[in-house]
Design a protein around this ligand. Structure first.
Ligand SMILES: [Zn+2]
Length: 320
């Protein structure tokens, strides 16, 4: 069993920028990189394995070949690999949207719902996003605001800074604002209900489809108590610090800031995904060493055992 480095799948959606190429050094012929799918077994954009016996193969092929054991015990009940992690460079704002929970999505869309988390990797001064509503609303009031084009008036607009973190529980209406570079951890699902698109048109010159009734069905119409704070406090140890960003039944995500090194472990319960935010270094075990730089994605299979992250860097670790 080995640790693998993944090359992301890139997406050149119109709203994207060039920071992932210019600052993160991602190599692609695309002019724009809106999204880099770093840990992805999604058919719309699987990552590619860079090293080891599956080098050059898709991450989906690796998972098929290795079997569910590499997901870990906590993920066995999912039919598909449960997590998708992306970098998102929003040069322009994304549409206002909401995702259903599992119960609604399984009934209506025949797939899982979607909880997601945003970590603000970087942002331009004055950048903001929309996170839930800013007042209690009835379904009728919410629908009227969508239909009258006044939905932005009742959304919670939050100015953001580096390191902010938002757990977007299913049912929370949300949108990424212009100038945000985000690492998004999400359930591997595509159920998205768009409610407002800033009156823009798509590549075909037509407005993109809205899903107003479904959005009214699933939206939580009370303000959230949290506003960009991680779930846990930053804990400092010799040579590194560890902050719990979000814990849920779908994923647990921590941010590590490393001065020298940190010892980690992938036991039988879960894989460990490492996404490098800043700096460089290496991931080392008794049998293997992988160099990394910012923007890299490393997948450590469940049951791999002990490994260390060595170097001055920060990264996000996700497991189930
Ligand atoms: Zn979303």
């Amino acid at each position: 069993m080995e640790m693998i480095k993944l090359k992301p799948a890139y997406k050149d959606y119109l709203w994207g920028g060039t920071k992932l190429k210019d600052i993160y050094g991602m190599k692609t012929d695309l002019d724009i990189v809106a999204e880099a799918w770093e840990l992805s077994a999604h058919p719309d954009g699987p990552a590619t394995v860079e090293n080891g016996s599956y080098a050059g193969k898709l991450f989906t092929e690796y998972l098929q070949g290795m079997g569910k054991a590499v997901w870990g015990k906590n993920a066995q009940h999912f039919e598909q690999f449960p997590i998708l992690i992306k970098f998102i460079d929003a040069k322009q704002a994304l549409s206002i949207q909401v995702h259903p929970d599992d119960e609604y999505a399984l009934r209506v869309e025949h797939e899982y719902g979607k909880n997601e988390m945003w970590y603000i990797v970087d942002c331009e001064p004055g950048s903001f996003l929309y996170y839930g509503v800013n007042q209690n609303l009835t379904k009728e009031e919410f629908r009227a605001h969508i239909e009258n084009d006044t939905i932005l008036d009742v959304l919670n607009k939050v100015e953001v800074k580096k390191g902010d973190c938002f757990f977007i529980k299913s049912g929370t209406i949300h949108a990424i604002g212009a100038g945000c570079l985000i690492c998004e951890i999400q359930q591997n699902s595509n159920s998205t209900y768009r409610v407002y698109d800033f009156d823009r048109v798509g590549v075909d010159g037509k407005p993109r489809e809205l899903h107003i009734q479904k959005a009214v069905d699933v939206s939580q119409l009370t303000p959230s108590a949290k506003n960009g704070e991680p779930e846990g406090k930053k804990e400092s140890f010799d040579g590194y610090s560890d902050t719990l960003l979000a814990a849920s039944e779908y994923f647990t995500t921590n941010e590590y800031e490393v001065e020298k090194e940190v010892a980690l472990r992938a036991d039988e319960t879960s894989f460990q995904s490492i996404i490098i935010l800043h700096g460089e270094g290496k991931v080392v075990s008794e049998k293997q060493t992988l160099d990394f730089k910012m923007g890299d994605s490393i997948f450590v299979p469940a049951g791999f055992g002990d490994f260390k992250v060595i170097g001055k860097c920060s990264f996000i670790k996700t497991n189930l």
